[in-house]
Ligand binder design. Structure first.
Ligand code: SF4
Ligand code: SF4
Ligand code: SF4
Ligand code: FES
Length: 949
C-alpha cells in the first residue's frame, strides 16, 4: 500500500444534494453546491498549491497560496474560501499567479530554518512540497532579518513536540483542536509577526486542556508539531491499514512502518467510524506491544507455588490437552470451560467457543461481556429483536436531542465524543443522566441542557418517570406505535407507566432528581426532533441492568425514535470487540448470531458443519464457573485475553476460585493478575501481530491487519486450533479468512461478510446478506427485527445494596481517558503521565465530615472487602457518592465490589456498592497480601527455566 493518504481536497466535502457544473483549466467538473473552488479544482485534476487548507478543516483563507483567476472577477480570489458557481471559468495556473505564489512562499521560507535535509519531516512536509510546487529557488530578503529561528521547543507532551521555529502560523492546529477534537486547547497569541501558537495559559501542552488526541499534529503542514517517534526513528516506509485495539469506537488507523517497526499510528481519513480522528490511546499508546514485559515463550508448572518452566509450543499444547482430558476423566465432561475475550478478533473468539462446544464437549463458554454489556444483549433482543445498537456513528449528524445515560464519552469513547460535541456546537440539545458531573455536563465548550444527577442504582426509576411524563402529557407517538409495535404489550405497558408511582414527583425522593427537571427533559426528548439515546456501563452494571435497557427501548419506541438516521438506542461498547465477542457465540446459551443452543434446528446446522454432536443445555456463566470451582466440580479453565482476577467483582472470591483449579491456562501478552494463578501460560499476540476482524459498537466489522509477526511465533487462532487438535478434535483452517468464511456460512447476519468484501468496502455493518449486501447502517427501518416492537413492563426494584450506618456512602466506578480497562496495555505506555494511580473521588462535604484532605490515604470498606486509595476532593460527585477508576491491580477496586448482579444476565453490579470511607495510614490487609503474592509470582516468573529444545 502506498504511503500516500487519499488525496487532500483542501476543504471538506459539501453535503448539498444540488449539483453545480463549472470549468477549471478547461476541464468541465460537476460538484455539489457549496463546494470550494479549491476542492473543485483538485477534483478536476488541477494542482493548486495550498498551505492553510486541508479537507478535514473548514477553509480559513490565511496563506494566500491557493489564489486563482476567475473569469469576470477582479483580482485573484483565494480558491479555498470561494464557493463554486454554475458556469464559472477558473484558471489555476498563469504567470501572474506563479509570481504571487512564489512571493508568498518567499516570505514563509525567509523565517524558516533551512535544515530540510536533517529535519524529521523531510519528505513529509507540505511547506517543502509547496516551495517546490511554486518553483521557489531563492529568497531575496535573506535570512538575517527578525525571525523566530531561535524560539524554544515545547517538549512537555511525552508523544509529540512543538518547535515554534518551524511554525508558519497557518492555524491548522488551532482549528483542528476546535473543529475536530472540540477541546479548544490552542490559541494563536499576539498578532502579525509576534503571532505564536500557545497551549493553555502557560504554553505547555501538559498544563493545558490538551487531551493529546494528536489532531493538531496530524493537521500541521510542517515539522512544527511532530510525533516524537518520527523524530527518534525517522520517516516510515510502508503502511498497513488496521483497527484500534482499545475502545468500541473501532477507529481505523494507518500503521506507518519501517520494516516490522511501527513508526506512528495515524488515524485513517477513510475510516468510517472515525473519519481521520483518534484519541491518545489509539494514536500514541501502542508501545506496550513490544514492551519488555511481554512473555515470549510458553510456560508450564504443576503448582502455582512452583517456578515456571519454559517449554516448546508442542509441549505446552500437549500438556494442556493432557491436563484437560485428565480432569474430565476424573471430574466429568462439565468440569472444564473457556473464557473468550473482547480484545481478541472475531475469528479467535469464534474458535474458542467452537473449541469448548466441539472439543470440550460442553457449553461452558462465557466472555467478559458478561461483566459489561450482557444486559444490552438481553434487553434489546427482548424489545427490538436484535442484541445490538441501532445506528451508525454518523447518525449523530442528524440528531437534534441526544440523551447520554451512564456513559462518559469524553473518557470512554473519545472520538465519538468529539462527533457529539460537533453536533452540539451545531445546535443539538443534550440531556445527561449520570450521578457525576461528567465533562459532557459542564466541560470545555459543552453544556448539557439538563443534567439528571440521579443516585446510583435508580436508573429504572428515572427512565420510568421520563416515560410517565411522555405518556401522561400526550407526547406518545401513537401512530408509530400502532404501526410498529405489539398492541397488547403496549397497552399493558401504558397502563403500568401511567401509574402514579412512576411519576417524577413520586420518584423524586428515590432518585434525587427534581421532578421539574425530569418533566422538562422528557418533553425535550419527546418533542425536540430526532432524539437518540447513547448509554454505557452506568446502565448495564446494575441489579436491574436488563430492566433499564428495556426501559430505554420502551422510551424510544414510545416516542417513535427508532428506525431512521438521527435517533435510536445505542450502547457505547467498552472494549474494542465486545460486540464481536457476543456476536460470535461466546455466551453459554447462544451459538453465533444469538441463536439459542436449545434450538434443535440451529444446533443441527452447526452439528452438520462441525461434524460433532452438541449439548443442548446452556453451560456455566463466569460466576457459575467460580462457584463450581469452589464446590470442587469445576477444575480446568482456558482463558484467552482476559484478566478475570482483576476485572471481575469480589476479587477474593474470584482468586479463591482460581486457586481451586487444577489447570488454569492463560493466553495473554503479559503475566497478568489471572496468570499469577495459572499452570500454563500461552503467549498471545497484540493487535499488531494479528489478522482478523473487530466489530465496533455500531456493528461495523473492520479488518485488523498483521504488521509484524507474532513475537512468540504463533498466532492466537493457531494456538486454539492446535489445542483442539491435541484434544482429538482437529480443525482445519489455513488463515483467519477461512474462519470468517465459516462464520458467514453458519450465521445469517454475517452471510455477506468476508475478508474480500471488507477489503472492497472498507468495513461492513452487519446484518450483511443478500438483502443488504453492503451492510446495514441503521436497523429496524421499516419494521423491528422481531417483527413488532415489544414494550416490556419495567417495575423499579431497588437494589439490595443499601446504605446503612455502617456503610453510609455509595461507591460507583468508571474509567478515564488515558487508561484502558485493567490497564495491562496502557500502564505499559507513557500514558502514565496522565494517570499513574487510581484515586477515590469524594465530595468535599463527605471528606470534611471524615477529616479527609486532598491526597490523604483513605480506607474504603464494603461488606465484600477493604482497600486503600488516595483521596481526591471533587465536586463532580454529589454528597453521599464516591467514585474510583479500576486501572491498577493494587488498587483493589474489585475487592470492594460485591456479587450482586443483574437478575437476567448476572452482569455484576459494579456501579453500586455501599461503603464507609475513613482516614488511614497504611494499606489494607488485602493489599499487603496482594503485594506479597504478586512479588512472589514475579520472582517465580523471572526465575523461569529456559526452554529445552
Ligand atoms: S493534541 Fe488534541 S487536544 Fe491537544 S492540542 Fe492537539 S488537537 Fe488539541
Ligand atoms: S504548529 Fe503547525 S499547524 Fe500550527 S500554526 Fe504552526 S505550522 Fe500551522
Ligand atoms: S481508543 Fe477508541 S476512540 Fe481512541 S483511537 Fe482507539 S478506537 Fe478510537
Ligand atoms: S490554502 Fe487558501 S488561503 Fe491558504
Amino acid at each position: 500500500m502506498s504511503l500516500l493518504e487519499s488525496v487532500d481536497f483542501g476543504t471538506p466535502q459539501s453535503r448539498s444534494e444540488m449539483a453545480v457544473t463549472l470549468q477549471v483549466d478547461g476541464v468541465q467538473v460537476t460538484v455539489p453546491s457549496g463546494t470550494s473552488v479549491l476542492r473543485a479544482s483538485i477534483a478536476a485534476g488541477s494542482n493548486v498549491p495550498k498551505l492553510c487548507a486541508t479537507d478535514s478543516l473548514e477553509a480559513f483563507g490565511s496563506c494566500r497560496l491557493c489564489l486563482v483567476e476567475i473569469d469576470g472577477r477582479k483580482g485573484y480570489p483565494a480558491s479555498c474560501t470561494t464557493a463554486v458557481e454554475a458556469g464559472m471559468k477558473v484558471r489555476t495556473q498563469s504567470d501572474a499567479l506563479a509570481r504571487i505564489r512564489r512571493g508568498v512562499m518567499e516570505l514563509y521560507i525567509s523565517d524558516h530554518p533551512l535544515d530540510c535535509l536533517t529535519c524529521s519531516a523531510n519528505g513529509d512536509c507540505e511547506l517543502q512540497d509547496m516551495a517546490g510546487a511554486v518553483g521557489l529557488r531563492e529568497v531575496r530578503y535573506g535570512y538575517d532579518g527578525a525571525n523566530h529561528l531561535a524560539a524554544k521547543k515545547e517538549l512537555s507532551n511525552p508523544y509529540f513536540s512543538f518547535d515554534p521555529a518551524k511554525c508558519i502560523v497557518c492555524s491548522r492546529c488551532v482549528r483542528a483542536c476546535e473543529e475536530i477534537q472540540g477541546t479548544y486547547a490552542l490559541t494563536i497569541d499576539a498578532r502579525g509577526f509576534a503571532s505564536v501558537v500557545t497551549a493553555g495559559q502557560a504554553g505547555r501542552f501538559m498544563d493545558s486542556e490538551c487531551v493529546s488526541c494528536g489532531a493538531c499534529v496530524q493537521a500541521c503542514p510542517t515539522a512544527a508539531l511532530i510525533e516524537n517517534s518520527v523524530i527518534d526513528l525517522g520517516q516510515p516506509e510502508h503502511v498497513h491499514v488496521t483497527t484500534c485495539a482499545y475502545c468500541g469506537v473501532g477507529c481505523s488507523f494507518r500503521a506507518e512502518m519501517r520494516g516490522t517497526q511501527v513508526i506512528r499510528m495515524v488515524p485513517h481519513k477513510d475510516g468510517r467510524a472515525n473519519h481521520g480522528h483518534s484519541c491518545v490511546k489509539g494514536r500514541f499508546a501502542w508501545g506496550y506491544a513490544t514492551h519488555k514485559d511481554r512473555i515470549r515463550s510458553p510456560m508450564i508448572r504443576k503448582k502455582i507455588t512452583d517456578p515456571w518452566q519454559e517449554v516448546s509450543w508442542q509441549e505446552a499444547i500437549v500438556y494442556t490437552a493432557g491436563e484437560f482430558r485428565r480432569i474430565q476423566g476424573r471430574y466429568g465432561r462439565d468440569s472444564i470451560g473457556g473464557i473468550t475475550s473482547s480484545r481478541c478478533t472475531n475469528e479467535e473468539t469464534y474458535l474458542v467457543q467452537k473449541l469448548v462446544r466441539a472439543a470440550f464437549g460442553n457449553n461452558n463458554v462465557d466472555t467478559c461481556a458478561r461483566v459489561c454489556h450482557s444486559p444490552t444483549g438481553y434487553g434489546l433482543k427482548a424489545t427490538l429483536g436484535e442484541s445490538a445498537g441501532t445506528q451508525d456513528f454518523d447518525s449523530i449528524q442528524a440528531t437534534d436531542v441526544m440523551m447520554i445515560i451512564g456513559a462518559n464519552p469524553t473518557d470512554g469513547h473519545p472520538v465519538f465524543a468529539s462527533a457529539m460535541k460537533r453536533r452540539l456546537r451545531e445546535g443539538a440539545k443534550l440531556i445527561v443522566v449520570d450521578p457525576r458531573v461528567i465533562d459532557m455536563v459542564n466541560g470545555p465548550h459543552v453544556q448539557a441542557d439538563y443534567h439528571l444527577q440521579l443516585r446510583p442504582g435508580t436508573n429504572v426509576a428515572v427512565i420510568n418517570s421520563l416515560a410517565h411524563v411522555v405518556a401522561a402529557e400526550g407526547l406518545l407517538r401513537e401512530d408509530f406505535i400502532a404501526q410498529r409495535c405489539d398492541p397488547k404489550a403496549y397497552e399493558t405497558w401504558k397502563k403500568f407507566i401511567l401509574q402514579p408511582h412512576n411519576s417524577p414527583e413520586a420518584m423524586d425522593p428515590i432518585t434525587g432528581v427534581p421532578a421539574a427537571t425530569v418533566r422538562a427533559a422528557a418533553r425535550l426528548y419527546a418533542t425536540g426532533g430526532n432524539a437518540a439515546i447513547y448509554y454505557g456501563l452506568g446502565v448495564t452494571e446494575h441489579s436491574q441492568g436488563s430492566t433499564m435497557v428495556m426501559g430505554i427501548a420502551n422510551l424510544a419506541m414510545a416516542t417513535g425514535n427508532i428506525g431512521r438516521s438521527g435517533v435510536g438506542v445505542n450502547p457505547l461498547r467498552g472494549q474494542n470487540n465486545v460486540q464481536g465477542s457476543c456476536d460470535m457465540g461466546s455466551f453459554p446459551h447462544e451459538l453465533p448470531g444469538y441463536r439459542h443452543i436449545a434450538d434443535a434446528k440451529t444446533r443441527s446446522l452447526f452439528e452438520f458443519d462441525w461434524k460433532v454432536t452438541l449439548v443442548s443445555e446452556p453451560g456455566l456463566r463466569i460466576p457459575n464457573m467460580f462457584d463450581a470451582a469452589l464446590d470442587g466440580s469445576f477444575k480446568g479453565l482456558y482463558v484467552q485475553g482476559e484478566d478475570i482476577a482483576q476485572s471481575d467483582p469480589n476479587t477474593q472470591h474470584v482468586t479463591q476460585a482460581l486457586t481451586s483449579l487444577e489447570c488454569l491456562v492463560v493466553q495473554d501478552l503479559f503475566l497478568n493478575e489471572t496468570a499469577k494463578f495459572a499452570h500454563v501460560f500461552l503467549p498471545g499476540s497484540s493487535f499488531l501481530e494479528k489478522d482478523g476482524t473487530f466489530t465496533n459498537a455500531e456493528r461495523r466489522v473492520s479488518r485488523v491487519r498483521k504488521v509484524m509477526p507474532p513475537l512468540a511465533g504463533m498466532a492466537d487462532w493457531e494456538i486454539t486450533v492446535e489445542l483442539s487438535k491435541a484434544l482429538g478434535y482437529p480443525m482445519h483452517y489455513d488463515s483467519p479468512a477461512q474462519v470468517m468464511d465459516e462464520i458467514a456460512r453458519l450465521t445469517p447476519t454475517f452471510a455477506g461478510v468476508s475478508f474480500e468484501a471488507i477489503d472492497r468496502l472498507g468495513s461492513i455493518q452487519w446484518p450483511c446478506n443478500s438483502s443488504a449486501p453492503e451492510g446495514t447502517p441503521v436497523m429496524h427501518v421499516d419494521q423491528f427485527v422481531r417483527g413488532k416492537g415489544r414494550f416490556v413492563v419495567t417495575e423499579f426494584i431497588a437494589t439490595d445494596e443499601k446504605v446503612s450506618p455502617r456503610y453510609p456512602l455509595i461507591l460507583t466506578t468508571g474509567r478515564i481517558l488515558s487508561q484502558y480497562n485493567v490497564g495491562a496495555q496502557t500502564r505499559r505506555t507513557a500514558n502514565l503521565a496522565w494517570h499513574d494511580e487510581d484515586r477515590l473521588e469524594i465530595h468535599p462535604h463527605d471528606a470534611q465530615e471524615r477529616g479527609i484532605g486532598d491526597g490523604d490515604w483513605v480506607g474504603i470498606a464494603s461488606r465484600a472487602g477493604e482497600t486503600v486509595l488516595r483521596a481526591r476532593l471533587s465536586e463532580r460527585m454529589q454528597p453521599g457518592v464516591v467514585y474510583t477508576t479500576f486501572h491498577f491491580p493494587g488498587s483493589g477496586a474489585n475487592v470492594i465490589t460485591t456479587e450482586n448482579s443483574d437478575w437476567a444476565t448476572n452482569c455484576p453490579e459494579y456501579k453500586v456498592t455501599a461503603v464507609q470511607v475513613t482516614l488511614v495510614s497504611h494499606p489494607s490487609e488485602w493489599q499487603e497480601r496482594f503485594r506479597r503474592f504478586s512479588e512472589q509470582q514475579i520472582r517465580l516468573a523471572e526465575a523461569r527455566k529456559p526452554v529445552h529444545t
